[in-house]
Design a protein around this ligand. Sequence first.
Ligand code: HEM
Length: 483
Amino acid sequence: QRSAIRRHGKRLPRPPGTLPLAGNGIWFLQPRHRLLDWFVQSERDVGFSTFEISVPSLPPGIVINDPRNVEHVLKNNDVFIKGDFFRVRSWDLFGNGIINADGELWKIQRKAGLRFFSNANLRTLIDDVLPSILADTEKTLDDAAQAAASVDLQSILLELTTRLMGNMAYDMDMPSSLPFSRSFDFASGQIGERFQNPFYKFKEFVLGAPLRRAVFEVKTFGSQIVSAAVQKREKQEKARTADPLHNNLINALLDNIKDHAVVADAAMNYLSAGRDTTAQSLTWAFYLLMRHPNIRERIRKELETTFAGATNQLPLSFDSAQPSTLPYTSAVFNEVLRLYPPVPIELKECTTSTTFPDGTWLPKGAVVIWATWAIGRSKNIWGEDADNFRPERWLVEGQNGELPTMRSVSAYEFPVFNGGPRSCIGKKMAELLAVYVIANMTWKYDFEEVFEKQPKPGSEPMERRSQNSLTLPMEGGLPCYVR
Ligand code: HEM
């Protein structure tokens, strides 16, 4: 079957260093940040074209880079499904939730989510819920500034997004210090490893107790969320009152799905899709701004001009945290996501044989991988300076003194939120939240990175890297001083 993969009758290229039996497996046994770099290098080595990959733990498969191929996969979600390869590995954590589901089970969860992410709910979230949670974040930062103590900005941002999601989706106070949160992070790292390590079953047979405990903790928490929501609904029905975020997410899920175990999985999937991705993208954003103070100053300039006369409190809102009002800050966020996509690798299985727009033919059961990490760094798409952090690439200069506008880039050239029927439901929420938080915190604070090893004068500090996970947490957090 493996040899059946062809393009115009010929075998596909393989990345340099592919071994006769182990194929490319050696790279999958490395820490994931090395694997991500390998995807970038391989894409450059094969000249951007689709290449074949062989890894002992994977069905036969290809790696795509061309946006036309990405579009083909994302638009045909009946041909390209999550499939058993993905589901078996992530089952413990995601169960029947939307991230794992295909077919009808996926459709009802998607419908419930779309109903929840209305503009009216997003407005309430940004204008009413976010400011009070952000005020607590600011209190933590102010205290750290006063005490001249270093803080881990990644934990602080995770606290912010966890509480926001808890409040918005489940109508509950959910600090990230809850044991479920640590268990979720741990399980996410271990499950991420399952996609790389062909011997994971053996490893977990011997050393899997902490993972089993963590999964149990996460599942128990999911059931508690559902029980609490069911009780609350019953009370509200009696008293005929409603939530300010009318029909919060858990209610939308309960309205659409009868089986409470599936609702619990769905709830945990939404939570993990929403809180980790946004906290991580903000962490990489503040990291890049610390390393590029000129860009931080440009954000401040934009804020000064847009909100002329503003003092400590900027008039940020659902209406003003938009690209039409703050194009440069929005461009910064896109540029962060291009270089540090919170979902850096994706994989789909094909249900039937299929031919891609570039002519690649793939048999049924094969897998397609794309590394959003590598596509974001592709010189074919982004030019020779693809590795550089340059928010201006997202902007088209305005005419006659008008504000710049955002350059339109297709979801397939920039698949950070995916595209097509399974595109990210929380994209708008993530963008609004990020622009709001970046603007607010850049206006009020200076952050200074704390280095484990101070770089020598004249030399660049080491780049920070990501930790093994399904998403993109920063290894070791982001320690910094606050002023
Ligand atoms: C920077 C922030 C975010 C990024 C980069 C991001 C990215 C993505 C990506 C790449 C997918 C597709 C994953 C897959 O193939 O399974 C996805 C799906 C999804 N995202 Fe996001 N996401 C972000 C924030 C959010 C937020 C804030 C929420 C909700 C509160 C959310 C909810 C979802 C859901 C429910 C799905 C599954 C959609 C489906 O399968 O139909 N995401 N997201």
